[in-house]
Design a protein around this ligand. Structure first.
Ligand SMILES: [Zn+2]
Length: 177
């Protein structure tokens, strides 16, 4: 078997396993497998559903908690609202095999740092709008609310009016992963 055949077979098996996990757990974000899921497959192979569910849940708990701490610190600094937002965890269980991690009522879909940071930032932005009628963050040039996106593999605030990036999420850049 040459390298290309090996790789094709690997991708095939990965896709097959992932389809099974997604069928049981519905864990895939709309834009497909993420770097984290690929890493898990490379390191652990074809994990059974329940072990994968707990591994994924545990990883998401940690990633979301850290992202939320950083985003809340940014939001506090610029809005001066004393935000108290804690992540909400629902453990995997027979009736809800993937479990759930949510921020201010929004379920976080992704497993990868940059996408998680963008989703968490979006949830904090909605929370500020709902609770304090505060638009955060504002584009300093256009005075409109920015949108949390991933751009060039990093979480970034984006101005749709001027089609330009704003600050990174979090503003100082992410802590080393
Ligand atoms: Zn702008």
């Amino acid at each position: 078997m040459n390298d290309r055949e090996f790789e094709a077979r690997y991708e095939d098996r990965f896709a097959h396993w992932l389809a099974r996990m997604d069928g049981e757990l519905a864990v895939l974000p709309a834009d497909g497998p993420t770097a984290w899921i690929r890493r898990v497959y490379r390191e652990h192979g074809e994990l059974p559903v329940e072990r994968f569910a707990w591994l994924a849940f545990d990883h998401k708990c940690r990633t979301v908690t850290e992202a939320l701490r950083q985003v809340v610190a940014d939001a506090r600094e610029s809005t001066h609202h004393d935000l108290e937002i804690l992540p909400e965890f629902t453990n995997p269980s027979p009736g809800f095999p993937a479990g759930d991690v949510a921020v201010a009522g929004s379920a976080i879909q992704s497993f990868d740092g940059p996408r998680v940071r963008a989703e968490v930032a979006d949830a904090v932005q909605s929370y500020l709008a709902d609770r304090y009628r505060t638009v955060w963050p504002l584009c300093p040039r256009h005075q409109v609310g920015l949108h949390a996106v991933t751009h060039d593999g990093e979480a970034t605030w984006w101005c749709h009016v001027g089609d330009h990036p704003g600050d990174r999420i979090p503003a100082g850049g992410p802590a080393a992963a």
